[in-house]
Design a protein. Structure first.
Length: 139
């Protein structure tokens, strides 16, 4: 099959204008928890791309389940709720910290000590994986 120069040029321009989501991680960590207990993930997420990122899922070979959560006040009581998506606008940062947005690391498949690393992939709505390691720190 032979392509014309104009078709190839248009295809290359379309491909070059398509950007993948770019997510940067700053200071990813998790407080040490007793063996077998759910852990949390904290960090600053920065969208360094030019398109919004919607994080919808997570995976770790060291945990059975990963969820993205937020804390909200209902009837004067702080409650944790699972988010369907954590949206990060282009050029913006989202802080994941105690009392706000955070990652829940559930059903641990191993035990951890301070200094260990937790492998974590956050998955966006387009299916792209954004991978980092969280340092386990003492409480």
């Amino acid at each position: 099959m032979k392509f014309s120069h104009a078709i190839l040029t248009a295809l290359l321009m379309a491909l070059s204008s398509t950007t993948l989501a770019a997510l940067a991680f700053d200071d990813p960590w998790s407080p040490l928890a007793p063996p077998g207990r759910t852990m949390a993930g904290f960090m600053v997420l920065s969208n360094t791309g030019d398109a919004p990122i919607a994080l919808v899922d997570g995976e770790s070979p060291q945990f059975g389940r990963i969820e993205i959560h937020d804390m909200i006040k209902e009837d004067g009581v702080m409650r944790m709720r699972r988010l369907e998506a954590l949206n990060i606008p282009p050029g913006e940062d989202v802080v994941l910290a105690s009392g706000g947005f955070h990652i829940m690391l559930m059903e641990p498949l191993t035990t951890f000590e301070a200094g260990d690393q937790i492998e974590l992939s956050l998955i966006d709505a387009a299916g792209q994986r954004h991978t980092t390691q969280l340092e386990v720190r003492p409480r």
